[in-house]
Design a protein around this ligand. Structure first.
Ligand code: FES
Ligand code: FES
Length: 161
């Protein structure tokens, strides 16, 4: 066991981790930040996406020790400082971009990373970017619509599903 220190959602944290402990496990089990979901553990579903030093990362593909000293952001750090939903979260709610919600934390974190790289993505760019995020409920249409709306684009010509 090694003591691993990092910053998570702006707070310095420290907990023990074995060499094999995944960052997803560390966040959920050691830090009790259970908003980061684990759907596959094999790098396919994207439910575990967090930001590490500003980059979207599937936290099941990274060891906690690899994130030592990093600045990590999880879904728990996405709301505004007054507790209200962020623009992205609000857009998911407004455009029914979720049903069961299992994929949603990863979708929101991936969306934030996409919009920081590409402030006004096209529908095709959104769909391509989300290739690594699986949703078993929505058929993706309303997720894409929510992301387009979150980027400030007119979605009135995107038909409701
Ligand atoms: S749990 Fe990490 S990609 Fe599925
Ligand atoms: S809303 Fe259920 S998996 Fe996406």
């Amino acid at each position: 066991m090694t003591k691993v220190e990092m910053t998570v959602n702006g707070k310095a944290v420290a907990a023990d981790a074995e060499g094999r402990t995944l960052l997803s496990h560390f966040l959920r089990e050691e830090l009790k930040l259970t908003g980061t979901h684990v759907g596959c553990d094999t790098s396919q579903c994207g439910a575990c996406v967090v930001h590490v030093n500003g980059e979207a990362v599937k936290s099941c593909t990274m060891f906690a020790q690899e994130a030592a000293g990093a600045d990590v952001r999880t879904i728990e750090g996405m709301a505004e400082s007054d507790g209200s939903l962020s623009v992205i979260q609000q857009a998911f709610q407004d455009h029914h971009g979720l049903q069961c919600g299992f994929c949603t934390p990863g979708m929101v974190m991936s969306t934030a990373a996409l919009l920081s790289e590409n402030a006004k993505p096209t529908e095709t760019e959104v769909r391509e970017y989300l290739e690594g995020n699986i949703c078993r409920c929505t058929g993706y249409h309303n997720i894409v619509k929510a992301i387009m709306a979150a980027s400030g684009q007119d979605v009135s010509d995107i038909a409701a599903e």
